[in-house]
Ligand binder design. Structure first.
Ligand SMILES: [Fe+2]
Ligand SMILES: [Fe+2]
Length: 369
């Protein structure tokens, strides 16, 4: 066989990517391996792996990877069919193409090999030019697939980064909205922190998945964002509200929902639902829609309890903080009325955690107190 540089090889010499590809040669006959190695090296392929023991193919592939396998069929210990079967059993999507190089001329072997995973089939003795042309073709397809896989991974990574960025931006917006609402209200920033963390403690107890709990943590601080739209003479009135003022005040739920609408992200959707419904009551006596029982989404039911519990046990300009006992009595008294009975049970179950949140984020004691 002529392994010199021919015209065909000259024409292909610029194909540097293919030449850098790794080729694994598998033939039990050392002389065949040598001949093949020489032909490929002469042509410019420099990254060659070779073995005369088919049982080592899997290990070599797993350890070094390769872009093409040139495989003999008839070998002791393990034939080429079994090598292909084992490679496919790896279940990898990046298996290299396999070129069968065998003395078996018959069609039965050829068809069986091609069905068994081979991409091409060359019989010995072979013409070097033809073999090299087939090697080059297989490598070009393989390298194209490889670059597409790399490109897809790169794109997936960019999409993931952009998605994270978008989520972070939304998070910043809702946090800033929450801060804006705090400026309008008597409630302190720490109320928001406590009630959102308490809501998550209850949601976890209810079996909510960690992704939803994270959303709840970030969405629940928006529950009173609608107070931005309530006039000062109502929102900041020191005394009891007149019925018509109370109606205006109730509007903070629908105003909040409106502020948070128009975006279908999970975060803003949950924030909108909470803002709209956090004053709904289990028995249907709440507002704005008089929803009842499980018509009220679970996230809202946990927020409603956490919000009220924290408001009761906190000092406000217009009221003293209730004692824990009084607050617990109120919650138990409203089991099945204001609050979902199951959420009340979970509240008792997680009381130690809730009290720990209350202690960790306690309002600073004012000097006058
Ligand atoms: Fe509210
Ligand atoms: Fe609140």
């Amino acid at each position: 066989m002529d392994v010199g540089v021919t015209q065909l090889q000259m024409a292909q010499a610029g194909d540097t990517d293919s030449l850098a590809a790794t080729i694994l040669l598998v033939d039990d006959e050392p002389a065949n391996v040598k001949l093949l190695e020489r032909a490929l090296r002469t042509f410019g392929y420099s990254s060659l792996l070779a073995t005369t023991d088919p049982r080592t193919v899997l290990g070599l592939f797993q350890q070094h990877g390769c872009d093409l396998i040139i495989l003999d069929l008839n070998m002791p210990n393990m034939d080429g069919f079994e090598v292909m079967r084992q490679l496919q059993a790896l279940g990898r999507t990046d298996l290299p193409p396999i070129l069968i190089l065998t003395a078996q001329h018959d069609q039965e072997h050829r068809v069986r090999a091609l069905r068994g995973g081979a991409h091409d089939y060359v019989t010995k003795p072979f013409a070097v030019d033809e073999l090299l042309a087939r090697v080059r073709n297989l490598l070009q397809v393989q390298l194209y697939h490889k670059s597409m896989r790399g490109r897809n991974q790169w794109l997936e990574e960019r999409v993931r980064e952009r998605t994270e960025e978008l989520y972070d931006t939304r998070l910043q917006i809702v946090r800033r909205l929450g801060r804006a609402a705090e400026f309008r209200d008597n409630e302190t920033g720490l109320h928001i922190v406590r009630m959102s963390k308490m809501s998550v403690a209850l949601a976890e107890a209810a079996g909510m998945c960690s992704g939803d709990c994270e959303l709840l943590l970030n969405a629940s601080p928006m529950h009173d964002v609608g107070k931005i739209g309530i006039p000062d003479h109502v929102l900041l009135k020191p005394g009891k509200l007149e019925p018509h003022e109370w109606e205006v005040m109730k509007g903070h739920t629908t105003i909040g929902a409106e502020i948070l609408s128009g975006d279908d992200s999970e975060l803003l959707s949950m924030a909108r639902i909470i803002a709209l419904s956090h004053h709904e009551k289990w028995d249907g006596s709440g507002y704005p829609n008089g929803l009842q029982g499980e018509q009220i989404p679970l996230v809202v039911r946990v927020v409603a309890l956490a919000d009220v519990f924290d408001a009761l046990t906190s000092e406000r300009p217009y009221k003293k903080a209730w004692t824990l006992e009084a607050a617990l009595e109120y919650i138990d008294g409203n089991r099945g009325k204001h609050f979902d009975p199951r959420v009340v049970d979970m509240f008792h179950e997680r009381l130690a955690d809730i009290l720990a949140i209350r202690a960790e984020y306690a309002d600073p004691v004012s000097p006058a107190a």
